[in-house]
Design a protein around this ligand. Structure first.
Ligand code: AVJ
Length: 320
C-alpha cells in the first residue's frame, strides 16, 4: 500500500526475468546441471521458506533467534548511536526485531532482499511496530545492491547477515561478498553474521529433508517458477528431492534428481536428463569457529566477538 521500493540502478523486472532466463539456460546446459539458490525466493518460495523455519527439523531459525535474544544486550552495546542497520537478505525481518528492541539507538533500517513480496510484508509490519525508525527498503540481489541510501550517508553502519545465508556461497564467493561489504560500507562498519555450525550428520540431513516434505516442496518450487516465468514444461514430481552431506566441503547439498530419462523444454530449448541425473540447487556450508574466522579474515574482517549456541550449535559473529 503506497510502498515505494528502491531498486538498484539499472535494474527492472524485465532485466530480472532475462537474468533468470540466462542463468537457468546456462545451468541446464552445464555439467553437472545446477541452479542458483537465489531463484528459490518468488512469493511461493518465500512462503515455503517461512514454513520450513517452523518445521521441527529445521533448527537454524529458532536456534539463532534464541541466541540473538540471549546475547542482545552484548550486541546492542557494540552498536553506535544513530546507526544504520543494513540487512542482507532480510526476508520477513523477524530476527531484526530482536536487534531493534535491544538497540533503540538504531536510527534507520535498510532491508535488502531479492523478493519484493517478502520485503513488502516486512516493511509494512516494521513501520507500524517502530514508527520512529526510518525504513529504506532496497529490492535487489544483495551481492550487487549493497549501499547506504544517500539520505543516510555519514551515519555509522552496522551490516547484519543472519540465517547462515553466507553458507549458500562457496568460499571464493563468500570472500568476494565479505570484501564488497567492507569496501562499500567503509573501514568503520560493523558486521554481524550468523553462521550455522558443523554438527552430527543426521541432524543436518533431517533439517534439509523434513518429514512433512516442506523442504522438498521448496526445492521443487524452482521448477514450478521456471514453468510459469520462463515457459518451461518441467513435471516437478518427476524429480526427487535429495539432501546430502558433502563431508569434504562441509556442506549440505540439495539436489533435484530425475526419476527417469526425460526431456524438458525451457523457452524453446530442449534439455535431456538421464535417469538419476541431478540438478544441484543449493549448498549450505557449515562452519566451525576456526573455519569461520579464516573465511572472515580472507574477506577483510576480523572476529571481534563470537557466540555459539548450545546444541544444535549455531554461531553469531561480530566482525570489525
Ligand atoms: C536461507 C539459505 C539460510 O541454507 O539453510 C532452508 C535455505 N534451504 N532449507 C539454508 C534453506 C533449505 C537456508 N538459508
Amino acid at each position: 500500500a503506497g510502498l515505494r521500493l528502491a531498486r538498484d540502478v539499472g535494474h527492472s523486472p524485465d532485466d530480472d526475468r532475462l537474468t533468470f532466463l540466462r542463468d537457468t539456460l546456462a545451468g541446464l546446459s552445464a555439467s553437472p546441471k545446477a541452479f542458483s539458490p537465489k531463484y528459490f525466493y518468488d512469493a511461493a518460495g518465500s512462503a515455503l521458506f517461512e514454513a520450513i523455519c517452523v518445521t521441527p527439523e529445521y533448527y537454524p531459525t529458532r536456534t539463532e533467534t534464541a541466541l540473538l535474544h540471549d546475547i542482545a544486550p552484548a550486541l546492542a552495546a557494540t552498536i553506535p548511536e544513530g546507526a544504520v542497520l543494513l540487512e542482507l537478505g532480510s526476508g520477513a525481518s523477524d530476527k531484526t526485531r530482536v536487534l531493534l528492541d535491544a538497540a533503540p539507538q538504531i536510527s534507520a533500517y535498510v532491508p535488502v532482499d531479492i523478493s519484493v513480496d517478502a520485503l513488502n510484508g516486512a516493511v509494512e509490519r516494521l513501520r507500524s511496530a517502530y514508527p520512529a525508525l526510518e525504513v529504506h527498503p532496497v529490492v535487489g540481489d544483495f551481492t550487487q545492491a549493497i549501499h547506504v541510501p544517500e539520505a543516510l550517508a555519514g551515519r555509522p553502519v552496522v551490516a547484519f547477515f543472519p540465517g547462515s545465508t553466507i553458507g549458500n556461497f562457496v568460499a571464493e564467493e563468500a570472500i568476494a561478498l565479505l570484501r564488497s561489504v567492507r569496501e562499500r560500507l567503509g573501514p568503520d562498519a560493523h558486521f554481524i553474521v550468523g553462521a550455522d555450525q558443523v554438527k552430527p550428520i543426521d541432524t543436518l540431513i533431517a533439517a534439509y529433508d523434513d518429514a512433512e516434505g516442506v523442504t522438498a516442496a521448496f526445492n521443487r518450487n524452482v521448477l514450478v517458477r521456471i514453468n510459469r516465468e520462463l515457459g518451461g514444461d518441467f513435471d516437478p514430481q518427476a524429480f526427487e528431492h535429495r539432501a546430502v552431506w558433502n563431508a569434504q566441503r562441509e556442506r549440505i547439498e540439495m539436489h533435484l534428481v530425475s526419476r527417469r530419462a526425460q526431456q524438458v523444454t525451457v523457452a524453446g530449448q530442449h534439455f535431456r536428463f538421464a535417469a538419476g541425473e541431478s540438478i544441484h540447487t543449493e549448498n549450505s556450508h557449515k562452519f566451525t569457529p576456526a573455519s569461520f574466522a579464516r573465511l572472515a579474515e580472507a574477506g577483510g574482517w576480523r572476529v571481534d566477538q563470537q557466540w555459539i549456541s548450545p546444541d544444535p550449535a549455531f554461531g553469531i559473529f561480530a566482525l570489525l
